[in-house]
Design a protein around this ligand. Structure first.
Ligand code: SAM
Length: 320
């Protein structure tokens, strides 16, 4: 199988597929995977076709996202169809509202790992962030994912200035007790979004958190998949917490290691979360035309954040 490379030498081996654009949670910071809310969604057949084409051309990993992917009634069918073509990881990111009753079926259909968004461990803050009183349901979803054998289970926690930064140690403790990996994610946006009031108010630089976690750690693994550290932090009762840090904003290294192409729920390849101008529609195309579109999208990929952006970031933070 031939893997395709973009003009920056980055291999393309992963698809991030947006299954819908609607969500039952209303997180105020949500980037909507770089797309607009819309009612058009790819069918299970269309998803299988794009996955099959990708698999013939170097794709060996698929991540499903949304909106909220578990709102789709045909989610198990979609995963089964995907598993026919993909031998590597099939994962999904969810708010876990519907996970308790679905985890086993997802696993049986061929899902092997899952990311569960949980941006607060405190009920009030959870409601403030999502507008839904569902923290207990999410915890039940985590338990169900673990008992279904999905592995690893990761908890996605977007770090928000003035909202949940103080909860990081409690989240680590919670994750350690559950046996899941805590993923601390920087609040990200594109260049123009950096001057938005919301972003300026809630963005928090998580580099110092990463440095502190490494200092506290007993050992650090290197996740070659995403060029990311997995930090093992000792906590009381001889337990350890496991943390990964996702730091995309103005991080050239993050973009240099990007190996994914996005698929929007409308049936387009999108080269980057932040590139709303690089959408390549493949809907209704035959296999050969779809491949040409895929190739064109890959050839258009450019790392969004470059080395020269990193210094600018410091200046922005100082004046804010
Ligand atoms: N509804 C699903 C969920 O909540 O996981 C899937 C869609 S959501 C857009 C996918 C992931 O992106 C979630 O973990 C979410 O927290 C994260 N996310 C959304 N907006 C973000 C932002 N501005 N910065 C960083 N992460 C963000």
């Amino acid at each position: 199988m031939t893997v395709l490379y973009d003009t920056f030498g980055r291999p393309l081996n992963s698809l991030r597929i947006q299954l819908n654009a609607s969500c039952n949670f209303k997180c105020f910071f949500c980037h909507m995977e770089g797309t607009d809310e819309n009612s058009s969604t790819l069918s299970a057949e269309e998803i299988e076709r794009v996955v099959a084409m990708g698999a013939k051309n170097g794709v060996n990993r698929v991540k499903f996202t949304g909106g909220e992917p578990l709102l789709r009634k045909d989610i198990e069918d979609i995963i089964r169809r995907t598993r026919k073509h993909i031998s590597g990881d099939i994962s999904l990111t969810t708010n876990a509202f519907f996970l308790k009753d679905k985890a086993r079926g997802l696993k049986e259909s061929g899902l092997n790992r899952i990311n569960i968004s949980m941006h607060s461990i405190e009920k009030d803050h959870f409601i403030e962030i999502t507008k839904v009183d569902a923290i207990d349901v999410v915890e039940q979803g985590i338990d169900a994912a673990l008992s279904a054998g999905l592995s690893p289970v990761k908890v996605n926690f977007v770090v928000l200035n003035g909202v949940n930064v103080h909860q990081i140690d409690s989240m680590l403790d919670f994750s350690s007790k559950k046996g899941v990996i805590l993923q601390l994610i920087e609040y990200e946006t594109d260049r123009s979004g950096e001057s938005d009031d919301n972003y300026r108010k809630y963005h928090y630089d998580i580099k110092p958190i990463e440095d502190r976690m490494v200092k506290r750690s007993s050992w650090v693994e290197y996740n070659t998949l995403h060029n990311r550290k997995r930090i093992h932090v000792p906590i009381e009762d001889e337990r350890e917490g496991v943390v990964e840090i996702v730091r995309p904003q103005r991080n050239a290294d993050f973009c240099n290691h990007c190996t994914r192409l996005r698929v929007t729920s409308k049936g387009e390849f999108q080269t980057c979360l932040n590139r709303h101008d690089q959408l390549f529609n493949f809907r209704g195309k035959n296999e050969e035309e779809m491949f040409d579109t895929f190739k064109k999208a890959i050839d258009s990929r450019v790392p969004y954040w470059r080395e020269e952006d990193e210094g600018t970031y410091q200046v922005l933070r100082e004046i804010s």
